[in-house]
Write a protein that binds this ligand. Structure first.
Ligand code: G4P
Length: 321
């Protein structure tokens, strides 16, 4: 089952972004550098279509630098788009962000035409941390509670002619790409009650076995992982790190919690869970599944429409004497 999570406050955020959009010059989207494709919000893409975009691959300290470079190149190659990688160790990120936005909207600037930038991202991507750092800068001042600024957003003055509108973290109503749902849950973007730890840990281990098996082996002192399934590795983590259940069985729930925690905290070292090629395949598969689902739905509704009203006979009399 794809993970679904779109509580009421995210509806409010969607509305606030849609209303603000006409006067926005550049949209900064924070992506999780460990899952750059999965953390890109398709709803936001819809709401901000046509606007110059700055993609920030955040938490780069937790991601594989080579993969980060490939994803940055992918975004840089898109029209009207710039990309840069960041993490919380950068104590003065404003200069790079402002410079990239000015490149994207060179006609904005000066008191008469201040630059208006919207910053958004999925929950837990590190947006509050970044915005707090930006606000801590000498020239930054929060000027919320102003006319025209809704409760769901804050306006931050990054320079005299540079306004940043901050929005709460937002997901999208249906996460159609199943692996993305699991990776988003692993990253902490999805509410705790919307997923099953074991399923999420298995999806996480599948990707780790594909891309960073050595990190798992080193972290949990496992033997050769070649040919092992995600389930077998999760069981091994349980045996190594959690008390056994009665009958000597590994505690899969505990093992799952440990795997998710270690991923979130960076205990595996810098890892990226998806390549561009892989994510593109997931997208194509999800599209295909959606088309099949839609075709089945259409066929069902056709069949329903073809059932004649009661009493008017449903068949052509064949077989009757
Ligand atoms: P959000 O507003 O997008 O929801 O995210 P927030 O800034 O609250 O950050 C979510 C978690 O990610 C926090 O950890 C934060 O410390 C961590 N974080 C933010 N930026 C970076 C980064 O660049 N690198 C790394 N490694 N971590 C980052 P937490 O454990 O939930 O809370 P805390 O106790 O660390 O504050």
């Amino acid at each position: 089952m794809p993970i679904q999570w779109f509580p009421g406050h995210m509806h409010a955020t969607r509305k606030a972004i849609a209303e603000r959009m006409p006067e926005i010059d550049v949209v900064i989207e924070l992506l999780d550098a460990r899952l750059p494709g999965s953390s890109a919000n398709p709803l936001l893409a819809e709401l901000t279509r046509g606007k110059p975009a700055l993609k920030v691959l955040n938490k780069q300290d937790l991601a594989d630098p080579q993969q980060t470079a490939s994803w940055l190149a992918h975004y840089q190659a898109q029209a009207g788009t710039r990309a840069l990688a960041l993490d919380a160790s950068d104590t003065a990120p404003a200069r790079r962000l402002i410079a990239a936005c000015r490149e994207l909207a060179p006609l904005r600037g000066g008191m008469a035409k201040p630059m208006r930038v919207l910053i958004c991202g999925i929950p837990n991507v590190g947006k509050s941390t970044l915005v707090n750092t930006l606000r801590g800068g000498k020239r930054a001042a929060k000027t919320g509670d102003e006319a025209g600024i809704t409760k769901t957003e804050q306006r931050i003055v990054l320079a005299d002619d540079f306004y940043l509108f901050d929005t709460p973290g937002m997901l999208w109503p249906r996460i159609a790409i199943e692996p993305s749902g699991y990776l988003l849950a692993a990253s902490g973007a999805v509410g705790r009650n919307a997923y099953d730890d074991e399923e999420v840990a298995l999806a996480l281990l599948t990707q780790m076995l594909r891309h960073h098996a050595d990190r798992l082996r080193d972290r949990y002192k496992l033997g050769d992982l070649a040919g092992l399934s995600d389930e077998a590795v999760l069981a091994d983590i349980g045996r190594k790190r959690a008390p056994l259940l009665s009958g000597g069985l590994p505690h899969m729930q505990k093992a799952a919690e440990i795997a998710i925690h270690d991923f979130r905290s960076g205990a595996w070292g810098p890892v990226t869970l998806e390549t561009l090629q892989e994510f593109t395949q997931w997208q194509a598969q999800a599209k295909l599944l959606d088309a099949e689902r839609e075709a089945r739905r259409a066929a069902r509704s056709n069949t329903k429409n073809q059932v004649p009203p009661r009493g008017q006979g449903g068949d052509d009399g064949a077989g009757k004497g």
